[in-house]
Design a protein around this ligand. Structure first.
Ligand code: DGY
Length: 325
């Protein structure tokens, strides 16, 4: 008998078709928003779930879904999973690393460029019919080339951004991370390890690429923003909650820092109302990994994890492999 799985959000039809070759699939191609209780109801009798990053998998859900064996996230981030609770319940968690690294690093760099060079503000100005003549300082922003790029969180995506900055734009790259990279990796990215304090004080552009956890909650708040240069830009492509959005909006309004580019928000898809009223911020709706080839690769990797685990006990990218033993 085929295992039963739930795909909790709309995804590529060809991925649903692949899954249907192996499983009895219930899907949500209408992309309805389910409450946590509805999710539990839909999961009854299912051995696997394909998640996309917004579905909370915690002890309460696990207790109510005793047949569940695997949650496969179509995202590299997995802060929607309570990994300890999943491990305690013997439920496998998988994520979707690597396939999105370069696409996400491209976007991080694009958001940095748009922020430093004030592209969104300038475009709104033009569309509003306010462009009447040249001015020496019209939307004059900050240089990227030759400046100091700071990266907080130097995993695969952070390293991709560092390579783009160092090799493509001649930037000096500094980073802070839980642990220092080995010498060869630092050399490949031309990146130097510094303390968080030095990173904040020295970076002309600071890009956040660290995972969200209780310890990174509000890693950038009023105190950290106050340490940054008044000409600095801040870019967050990691997770909402790493930045205190209210403190950031105040810092942007007061010109504590020059500008910010945000792809992720505390409590998204809601956006802090103060961020919507400051001009010096570029806002995008969590699309850093959103190219069609990359999103398809992420979906296929989540599917491969379901197939590999439920058919052969061999997931590709397990997060709590100890449940396999
Ligand atoms: C991820 O994979 O974690 C990205 O944020 C895309 O959702």
């Amino acid at each position: 008998m085929k295992a039963r799985i739930l795909v909790s959000r709309a995804v590529f039809p060809e991925v649903i078709a692949r899954l249907a070759q192996h499983f009895d699939v219930s899907s949500n191609q209408a992309d309805e928003a389910w409450t946590p209780l509805q999710l539990i109801q839909k999961l009854q009798g299912k051995q696997g779930i394909f998640t996309t990053g917004g579905e909370r998998i915690d002890a309460a859900l696990l207790a109510a879904c005793p047949e569940l064996k695997i949650c496969a996230n179509m995202a590299v981030g997995y802060n929607n999973f309570d990994l300890d609770a999943m491990t305690a319940a013997g439920v496998l968690a998988t994520n979707a690393p690597d396939v999105l690294t370069e696409t996400t690093a491209d976007f991080g760099f694009a958001l940095l460029m748009a922020t430093a060079r004030r592209m969104a503000e300038a475009e709104h100005f033009l569309r509003a019919g306010q462009w009447t003549r040249w001015r020496y300082d019209l939307f004059a922003g900050a240089d990227i080339h030759g400046s100091t790029l700071g990266i907080l969180g130097m995993g695969r995506i952070g390293q991709g951004i560092a390579r783009r900055g160092a090799h493509g734009f001649g930037m000096k790259v500094i980073y802070h991370n839980r642990s220092r990279l080995d010498a060869a990796t630092e050399l490949g990215c031309k990146a130097s390890y510094v303390s968080k304090e030095e990173l904040l004080k020295t970076a002309d552009h600071l890009v956040l690429v660290l995972p969200y956890s209780a310890s990174s909650h509000h890693a950038i708040g009023a105190a950290e923003l106050a340490q940054m240069k008044p000409t600095a830009t801040l870019v967050n492509i990691a997770r909402g909650g790493i930045v205190d959005d209210a403190a950031l909006a105040a810092a942007l309004r007061n010109k504590t820092i020059a500008a910010a580019g945000l792809d992720v928000f505390e409590g998204e898809p809601k956006v802090h109302p103060d961020l919507l009223t400051v001009p010096n911020v570029v806002l995008t709706p969590h699309i850093a990994s959103a190219t069609l080839p990359t999103r398809l690769a992420m979906a296929n990797l989540a599917a491969d994890n379901l197939i590999g685990f439920l058919l052969n006990n061999k997931p590709l990218t397990p997060l709590n492999a100890k449940v396999l033993i």
